[in-house]
Design a protein around this ligand. Structure first.
Ligand SMILES: NC(=O)c1ccc[n+]([C@@H]2O[C@H](COP(=O)([O-])OP(=O)(O)OC[C@H]3O[C@@H](n4cnc5c(N)ncnc54)[C@H](OP(=O)(O)O)[C@@H]3O)[C@@H](O)[C@H]2O)c1
Length: 262
């Protein structure tokens, strides 16, 4: 990938695995020089991401923080701005995993509350604070381009999906997507805010899915395949690039085109 990205300092929350790691590595390959690799519990995964960044010529800064906790959010904001100075791209990717690992054993209410704490309350409170910093940064440097903030939503959240997963992730990601729209309305022209809403992306959950889910993931995409993490990273780079100065308040559904015939 050519060094075409017009930002040198970036933060990607939840970049110890999956989509967040792919976004961080793509930003590094595109020319970001210093990047905060944020994680909560998967330190070895964060170190793996950091190694890949170094290989791409980008200096990683590892920060651990639980976004469900006020102290964690405060530490991530303080640590990011202290380490990077200026931040041009902030990607709100972190989201609770309730499908694999310990949380998979929780009942519906437990999973819902956990998702609300991390993905909704955590993301909203964190990004309000960060957005204030990014807008102040723009005002201090009147000739520079506005920074960008990107959220990760879910393509089926506004449409609805049957079952527990639809009833949990639907309202949770719809809240994130709605918040991003309102933040964009609040912050333009000092900050650009966009959302990438992935469809079925093959991450840890998709590695162990049944034939039913594999067929469904491919069948619900007009491109007849699972999405992969690099599909999302490419879209995030487009939305995040500070040179795309006319792009804000948008939600891009990245799902290979939802197949209504399925
Ligand atoms: N995969 C899909 O098909 C899909 C579809 C639509 C939307 N999404 C969204 O895309 C984002 C990334 O998903 P993914 O599939 O790549 O998941 P993933 O591999 O499980 O990554 C999630 C990241 O979020 C972090 N995280 C989890 N709980 C946290 C907490 N309490 N505080 C701070 N960080 C926390 C994790 O950190 P640690 O592991 O270090 O704890 C990890 O880095 C999520 O927001 C997800 O909801 C995914």
């Amino acid at each position: 990938m050519s060094k075409s990205f017009h930002a040198t300092k970036a933060v990607v929350t939840g970049s110890s695995s999956g989509i967040g790691r792919a976004i961080a590595i793509s930003l590094a390959k595109a020319g970001v020089e210093q990047l905060v690799v944020h994680y909560r519990s998967n330190e070895s995964g964060a170190v793996e991401t950091a190694d890949a960044l170094r290989d791409a010529g980008c200096e990683p800064v590892l920060l651990e923080a639980d976004l469900a906790s006020p102290a964690g959010r405060q530490a991530l904001v303080a640590g990011s701005f202290e380490s990077l100075g200026e931040v041009q791209t902030w990607v709100n990717n972190a989201g609770a995993d309730v499908l694999t690992g310990e949380a998979a054993a929780m009942d519906f209410e437990g999973k819902l509350r956990h998702l609300l704490d991390v993905d909704v309350t955590g993301t909203i409170l964190l990004s309000r604070t960060v957005a204030d910093r990014l807008m102040n940064q723009f005002e201090r440097m009147s000739s520079s381009l506005p920074a960008s903030m990107v959220f990760i939503g879910w393509d089926q959240a506004p449409e609805g999906m049957e079952g527990d997963a639809g009833q949990m992730f639907g309202p949770v990601k719809a809240a994130v997507m709605a918040f991003a729209k309102s933040l964009a309305q609040t912050s333009g022209p000092r900050l650009r805010v966009n959302t990438i809403a992935p469809g079925w992306i093959r991450t840890s959950w998709g590695e162990s899915t049944s034939d039913y889910w594999n067929d469904r993931a491919a069948g619900q995409s007009l491109m007849e395949r699972w999405g992969n993490v690099d599909d999302i990273a490419k879209a995030v780079l487009y939305a995040a690039d500070p040179a795309n100065t006319f792009l804000t308040a948008q939600t891009l559904q990245l799902n290979g085109g939802f197949n209504r015939r399925f």
